[in-house]
Design a protein around this ligand. Structure first.
Ligand SMILES: [Ca+2]
Ligand SMILES: [Ca+2]
Length: 83
């Protein structure tokens, strides 16, 4: 069994529900401070939970900056941007 290939398939399956969606993170930034609060994120992604937000908020300041958003999308924690 090719374990690398198996892992790739497993990662694809896990990532699919999120990757199938797209989100407009620019629109979500209601106060235009360049960062997304949990509340702002939920305006475009109502299904986002505190656990998901905290997983994306790597510095723990309660806001997602551009780097955290990009990393979360790359990790499949958040759906890819549509814009
Ligand atoms: Ca904001
Ligand atoms: Ca943060």
């Amino acid at each position: 069994m090719n374990t690398t290939f198996t892992r790739l398939i497993a990662a694809t399956i896990v990532a699919l529900p999120v990757a199938a969606m797209a989100a407009d993170y620019t629109t979500a930034d209601a106060n235009a401070d360049g960062m997304l609060s949990m509340e702002e994120l939920q305006t475009i992604l109502p299904e986002i939970t505190t656990d998901t937000f905290m997983a994306a908020d790597t510095d723990g300041d309660g806001l997602l900056n551009a780097d955290e958003l990009a990393a979360a999308q790359a990790d499949g924690v958040l759906p890819a941007s549509d814009g």
